[in-house]
Design a protein around this ligand. Sequence first.
Ligand code: DC
Length: 217
Amino acid sequence: MTVVAIDGPAGAGKSTVARLVADEIGVPYLDTGAMYRCVALAVLRRGVSHGDVDEIASIAESVEISLHADTVLLDGQDVSTEIRTSEVGAVVSIIAAMTPVRNSMRSQQQKWIADHGGGVVEGRDIGTVVLPHADVKIFLTASAQERAARRVQQSGGDLAQVAKEIEGRDHLDSTRQDSPLQPASDAVHVDTTGLSISEVVASIVAIVHKKQEIKNV
Ligand code: DC
């Protein structure tokens, strides 16, 4: 089975595109951002301070996260909507920057790919750290303006405020010490500004098919 890594900043269209590419090539899909969001939600629910790295690490290690086609379960409870709230959005980058949290999530993500034998995995450090041997690596981007506009269209809110939140999150994600957001040296860059979802999906599927042909020669 084929392994496809899709990384990129917030609002570049990774989730939508990754899901459709996975359907198209007939492999499962993993949204790793949802895993960090689950840990952030568990931390918020327990009222743990953001500074308490040991306690947060132990939460990351002990919570049970399971991702299904349309639902995300945290300790058996459906939290698909709750992990997308602005409260979670406000703390998830801080929590995702913690090395013990990343170690826990990374090993679960690598186990997921080993269990499934392949898939489309989407996040920030998939091509660089989690799956450095992925068959295809895509770095998905779009202009900051377009990313903010897409988020507003998807989840509502004030454009200027959403743009500020995205900017803040991108800054934290790309300047953290542990596996910062950056393109893998062998990633194909796809700028989705002005492109439709189906155009982006088609171009990635074409890259995957080309790679599969080379592998099968
Ligand atoms: O993709 P998203 O917006 O749901 O990601 C939520 C947060 O998790 C975001 O701040 C980046 C972080 N993240 C990460 O650090 N590594 C990943 N592989 C996926 C997400």
